[in-house]
Ligand binder design. Structure first.
Ligand SMILES: [Zn+2]
Length: 288
């Protein structure tokens, strides 16, 4: 967790009044200070947020206000980021997001082009709240803020098509993205992983797999399929994108997870373990 200053300190800088933060927002930001100092626990903080739609709204509004203030006053970026971070952590504690916050990969240009072809992983909708909150303010987000997000938080993609579209259309994302979670499905998985391999700051990758991962096979397997009768089960290594995936280098963390809990959609744990071992052996090699 990146360290940031207490809201109390920011208050002494009169930041809340300059930002025009509501009472509800200030109450929550101070409650977060108390949580950090151990005076209240995460359950209590989460309860305060969940029980009040107004407070939840106050947090989203605060995010929007910070974003627009930063644009007008670049010298205040650091202070505003402290508040933004607190807001996202409060939402995270309140269970509005699963794990670390999903960060806005949507810019003005691409906000409508995320993929609808694939079934979204179960966590996808749980991110919606934060997505909408930030996406609606993304116009106001300046480059520096977006860079901060991409460097500090994991960016989730619901399929490789979405990842490719975003990496293609967003230079800040491409140049700063550090941690990615992506569901390995889609007809452009090969191109998408080539793009990902080109991201200079990429250090962490979580790959989500399911039976659908092999819906699209790589070229070699497609060719062989003309000669060999189809088998009942395919190996994950036959999926489109494996060769390209294996060209990624310089990672410090690689993980493979099942996307679904449903047994019928899951690949075997053996397969998951083998793929993890393969990826660790290749992707964690140094970049040349
Ligand atoms: Zn897709």
């Amino acid at each position: 967790m990146p360290s940031h200053r207490d809201f109390f300190v920011l208050k002494t800088l009169h930041l809340p009044s300059r930002l025009g933060l509501s009472n509800n927002a200030q109450v929550l930001l101070l409650a977060y200070d108390e949580y950090r100092r151990g005076l209240i626990d995460s359950a209590e903080l989460g309860r305060q947020v969940r029980l009040s739609p107004n407070k939840r709204q106050a947090i989203t509004n605060t995010i929007a206000k910070c974003a627009s203030y930063m644009r007008r006053k670049p010298e205040e970026v650091k202070n505003c980021i402290d508040i933004l971070q607190t807001c996202t952590e409060i939402l995270s504690i309140a269970g509005e997001v699963v794990g670390r916050p999903r960060y806005p990969v949507y810019n003005k240009k691409s906000s409508t082009c995320h993929c609808t072809k694939h079934e979204k992983p179960s966590w996808y909708n749980s991110h919606k709240f934060l997505n909408l909150g930030i996406a609606s303010t993304s116009k106001a987000m300046n480059e520096e803020v977006m860079k901060f997000f991409y460097k500090n938080y994991r960016v989730d993609f619901s399929c490789t098509c979405e990842m490719l579209t975003m990496l293609d259309s967003n230079k800040e994302l491409r140049e700063n993205i550090r941690s990615v979670r992506v569901y390995w499905v889609g007809k452009v998985a090969d191109t998408a992983f080539i793009k990902l391999a080109e991201c200079p700051e990429l250090r962490k990758l979580t790959l989500l797999i399911s039976r659908s991962t092999t819906n699209k096979l790589n070229k070699r397997e497609e060719e062989l399929a003309e000669y060999f009768s189809s088998r009942r089960s395919t190996r994950v290594t036959e999926a489109l994108g494996l060769d390209e995936l294996l060209t990624i280098r310089g990672l410090t963390d690689v993980d493979v997870q099942h996307v679904s809990l449903k047994v019928s959609e899951r690949r075997s744990d053996d397969e998951k373990a083998s793929l993890t071992a393969l990826l660790v052996s290749r992707l964690m090699q140094p970049r040349v």
